[in-house]
Design a protein around this ligand. Structure first.
Ligand code: B1M
Length: 210
């Protein structure tokens, strides 16, 4: 078995006790951290999602895979991010109201942070009011980043963007959106300033607004 297939196998089957050691071993062997993330971890989450769609896996399995991935990402994080001065301003990020998925959002936050922004992470199930409160109470908010993974919470994203577009300070920040069901077309329709398909592209997009 290769390092990558060991890692993806452990995440897919929720082997939470061994994931940290497997990731550390792959790092020590010199595998690129982004390869470990994308080919090992994200691929495993895609696989468990496909099994869920086919009725071969259930919510508890998805949950334990998610927890296993989080433990692996904790080991990987120092190798993916670099120290920055947070000079580009503040990014307020959250998964929209009704949605509890946070792995993709956490990766986006990590990549944007490593691009030089300060992150205010509001977590999951974030209401319009909490986004607005964070914009009002933090200095130099340049970007508001909204994530969602569920088609059923796309209307929640739409509503939050519409209300943020009416915000008095709207000229001082950009709104970016993403998540598996989101497209560039949807982002444009709801009045967001930008869309990106993955975490690395989200960091590039954020920088393009700075
Ligand atoms: Co859920 N779930 N889930 N789930 N889950 C999906 C999303 C699903 C596609 C599975 C499936 O059916 N194949 C499906 C949604 C179907 C749909 O809406 N059409 C689904 C469902 C149905 C559900 C429940 C309704 C199940 C139920 O209860 N019956 C329920 C909903 C709960 C809720 O939120 N209210 C539910 C619950 C859960 C768990 C709690 C068990 C767990 C989440 C744990 C957690 O996040 N802490 C879970 C998981 C793990 C998944 C899958 C398997 C994996 C998600 C993930 O972490 N992917 C997922 C299937 C899948 O994605 N294939 C699934 C890895 C992650 C790195 O990718 O999040 O897409 P992703 O992020 C990417 C990009 O999307 C992008 O960049 C990231 C990295 O490159 N991106 C952005 C994300 N946000 C961005 C923001 C940006 C830019 C890019 O700018 C701001």
């Amino acid at each position: 078995m290769s390092y990558i297939s060991d890692i993806s196998g452990a995440i897919e089957t929720g082997k939470i006790k061994v994931i940290e050691e497997l990731v550390q071993t792959a790092i020590d062997a010199g595998l690129p951290p982004l390869e470990i993330l994308n080919d090992g971890m994200v691929a495993a989450m895609t696989a468990i999602g496909e099994r869920f769609s086919r009725g071969e896996a259930f919510v508890p399995e998805m949950l334990i895979s998610a927890r296993t991935m989080k433990k692996g990402v904790d080991i990987l994080k120092p190798h993916l991010t670099k120290e920055t001065a947070n000079a580009l301003g503040t990014v307020v990020i959250g998964t929209v109201q009704g949605d509890m998925h946070d792995i993709g959002k956490n990766l986006v936050a990590m990549m944007i942070e490593s691009a030089g922004f300060q992150i205010v992470d509001l977590g999951v199930d974030v209401s319009l009011e909490r986004f607005q409160e964070a914009i009002d109470s933090n200095d130099n908010v340049r970007i508001v980043a909204l994530s969602t993974l569920l088609t059923t919470t796309m209307p929640s994203m739409k509503r939050i963007v519409a209300e943020l577009n009416a915000n008095a300070q709207r000229d001082s920040f950009h709104i970016i959106v993403g998540g598996a069901p989101i497209t560039a077309e949807f982002a444009q329709q709801i009045g967001a300033d930008g869309y990106s398909p993955d975490a690395a592209a989200a960091a590039v997009l954020a920088k393009s607004f700075s």
